[in-house]
Design a protein around this ligand. Structure first.
Ligand code: NDP
Length: 331
């Protein structure tokens, strides 16, 4: 058959992120479009069907999901479920012969990530993690400073990502569903530190702070953690469900960088020794999905593949171990 000009995407799980960000972004994309949905809520199927003109044959429930294998309209399955469900749906999508995009955090454990990577490889499907910031030129600017050592070696990174989460009964507060601040806001500050350092941390220490034990009974509310990198660079990070914050600071041998915000949907910007970082960006999620669709069509590696998602989950596991034991943990 003739190669497609645009890939059909099916969103799995029609919650906040699918509804408010991904579906609107899929109206702006050029290389892919919203072709189908997978939902456990029939009322949402009705609303989405009308709003986005989705034919009945492209609407699935979690029970009928595997039949997506027989649907040529769907090229990519985008898993936007609570983290504990990512593994199951990524594996089922790969087995159905579909390329997979999976939201962050990739999964609760490294073991899950390995199974997801293997399922996609075994079925010859691409796997990308929804690390939208890696597609943002403002993120790419500080990645470049690390790579090209424009301001010399990185000495100290300070990074924080958090907001005030207080929704009683939400999966983010539920351990079994993959909640906890480290998978949620944590991966942003971990990404900030890793991408600004341009290398992988080798040692971590960590501490939990719980200011609302009545709400955070099962998972961490705020976690502080410190990385030591092979070059000698140090990072001091905060991830929080209780503090509104989003910044990245880097001290280099010969200068500084300060991004605020550094991992928002839009408006990421900052200053550094040589000037400003403030690249225009129409829609971050549209750019992410268009670039990932192009990589699939051109049979190129994904910008943020499963292995990249797994690196962060390995670090998250080490952070929890470090906080639990009070000891420095080798990554
Ligand atoms: P929501 O809780 O708003 O939506 C999750 C959806 O998953 C639900 O609406 C439901 O959809 C489906 N679902 C199926 N089973 C369950 C269950 N047991 N409990 C709860 N929901 C269930 O979550 P978000 O949209 O905020 O997050 C979804 C994913 O997207 C997460 O991995 C999150 O980290 C990620 N995310 C990423 C962002 C980014 O910037 N990259 C931003 C926000 C979220 P249905 O009714 O259709 O079955």
């Amino acid at each position: 058959s003739r190669p497609k000009e645009r890939l059909g995407v099916a969103l799995v799980g029609l919650g906040y992120y699918s509804t408010d960000l991904l579906a609107p972004a899929l109206q702006l994309t050029k290389n892919c479009y919203l072709a189908g949905i997978v939902t456990g809520t029939p009322a949402k199927a009705e609303t989405w069907k009308k709003k986005y003109n989705i034919p009945d044959k492209n609407i699935y429930s979690y029970d009928t999901f595997d039949q997506i294998a027989n649907n040529p309209d769907i090229d990519v399955v985008y898993v936007v479920l609570p983290p504990s469900m990512h593994r199951e749906y990524v594996v089922r999508a790969a087995k159905a012969g579909k390329h997979v995009w999976c939201e962050k955090p990739m999964a609760p454990t490294v073991k899950d990530c390995e199974a997801m990577i293997k399922a996609c490889a075994d079925n010859k499907q691409s796997l990308a993690i929804g690390y939208r910031c890696q597609h943002d030129p403002n993120t790419q600017a500080f990645m470049k400073l690390a790579k090209e050592k424009t301001l010399g070696k990185v000495k100290l990174i300070t990074c924080a990502a958090g907001y005030n989460e207080g929704r009683v009964g939400h999966w983010k507060l539920n351990k079994a569903l993959g909640g906890g601040v480290m998978g949620d806001m944590g991966v942003y500050a971990i990404q900030g530190a890793r991408l600004a350092a341009g290398e992988e941390p080798m040692l971590v220490t960590a501490q939990h702070i719980n200011n609302r034990p009545e709400l955070f009974k099962e998972v961490d509310e705020t976690t502080l953690y410190q990385f030591h990198f092979p070059s000698g660079a140090i990072a001091n990070c905060t991830s929080s469900f209780g503090i509104n914050t989003n910044f990245l600071k880097v001290n280099y041998e010969k200068g500084f960088l300060h991004m605020d915000p550094f991992s928002a949907y839009k408006g990421n910007k900052g200053t550094y020794t040589n000037g400003e970082i403030n690249f225009p960006l129409d829609n971050q999620q549209a750019k992410q999905m268009d670039e990932d669709a192009t990589s699939i069509m051109q049979k190129q590696p994904m910008l943020a593949p499963g292995e990249e998602g797994m690196r962060d989950i390995r670090i998250v596991e080490s952070i929890y171990e470090a906080a639990r034991t009070g000891k420095a943990v080798k990554i």
